[in-house]
Every structure is written in C-alpha cells, then in structure tokens.
Design a protein around this ligand. Structure first.
Ligand SMILES: CC(=O)SCCNC(=O)CCNC(=O)[C@H](O)C(C)(C)COP(=O)(O)OP(=O)(O)OC[C@H]1O[C@@H](n2cnc3c(N)ncnc32)[C@H](O)[C@@H]1OP(=O)(O)O
Length: 129
C-alpha cells in the first residue's frame, strides 16, 4: 500500500447525538466536550494510520464557526494531513446535522499533532527510514 492509500484508509468518522449531558446553559454543545470528541477521533485516526502508540503533543488553532444545538447530530472526520519523522498531524472537521432534515453545516475545524512513542515513552519513527 502506498502512502496516499494508507492516508485514505486511515480516514476516521464518528457520529454522535448531541444529548443534554454534553450541552451547556445555552443548550449548545459545550466547547470542552467538542474538544474531547475531536481529540478522540484524531487519536483513532493517528493510531489507525501508524498502528503505533500515539500521544497528543499539540492542538493547533481550533475554529468554532457555528453553534451546535442540543438535539442535533454531529459527524467528526479525521484525516492525516502531514506525516513527519516521529510526529503526524490530523485535521478534524466537525459537521452538525439536523435530525429531521438533510441540513448539514461544518461547525468546527482543528489540527492535532501526535507523536509515536516506544515502551519507554520516547519518540519513534512512524514510517521506515
Ligand atoms: C492519547 C492521549 O490521551 S495522550 C495524553 C496527552 N499527551 C501526553 O501526555 C504527551 C506528553 N508529552 C510527551 O510525553 C513528550 O512531549 C513527547 C513524547 C510527546 C515528545 O517528546 P519530545 O522529547 O518533546 O520529542 P521531540 O522534541 O523529539 O519531538 C518529537 C516530534 O514531535 C514534534 N513536536 C514536539 N513538540 C511539539 C509541539 N508542541 N507541537 C508540534 N510538534 C511537536 C517534533 O517536531 C518532532 O516531530 P518529528 O519527529 O516528526 O520531526
């Protein structure tokens, strides 16, 4: 499998329902809950790509461009954007969908960096040299 195929195969999608346990006092998805979901899908994408132990080392600018009301559905999509030596970057886009119509909007986007580590928690190469 070449790199482009490996990247395509690592694309990771998760759907969630926005239930009251994740909303705030505005009845929209709490920002911290959003970041939790984004880091999780990014972690799964990074792990599926590398099949190595991965840790989050950084999250770049995360843009919240639309509120996510309670009672909607969200889809999180993680894609490998860059592969370094021991680190890689995952782009996460979050789409909000209405439950009872086809309306769908991109609401949040961010970039997460992961490092592959060995049993001693030291960085290791992701791809063979
Ligand atoms: C899935 C989870 O829940 S993980 C839990 C949360 N995360 C953690 O606990 C991780 C804690 N951090 C660590 O253990 C360490 O910082 C490590 C192992 C990630 C990195 O160790 P370092 O000694 O800093 O690594 P080092 O300086 O060699 O850099 C390793 C790679 O990470 C990249 N990197 C390091 N810090 C950053 C950063 N802040 N932002 C982006 N990339 C970074 C480097 O550019 C390098 O990339 P490359 O090899 O592709 O060129």
């Amino acid at each position: 499998m070449d790199l482009a195929e490996k990247i395509a195969q690592a694309e990771t999608r998760i759907f969630k329902a926005v239930f009251p346990n994740t909303t705030n006092h505005y009845d929209t998805l709490f920002g911290g809950a959003t970041l939790h979901m984004m880091d999780e899908v990014a972690f799964i994408c990074a792990t599926r790509f590398s099949r190595l132990k991965m840790v989050t080392v950084s999250s770049d600018k995360v843009d919240f461009t639309h509120p996510i009301p309670g009672g909607t559905l969200v889809e999180l999509i993680g894609n490998i954007e860059h592969v370094g030596n021991t680190s890689l970057k995952v782009r996460v886009d979050l789409f909000v969908e209405q439950m009872y119509s086809d309306e769908r909007t991109k609401a949040v986007s961010g970039l997460f960096t992961f490092v592959a580590i060995d049993a001693d928690k030291r960085p290791v190469r992701i791809l063979p040299a």
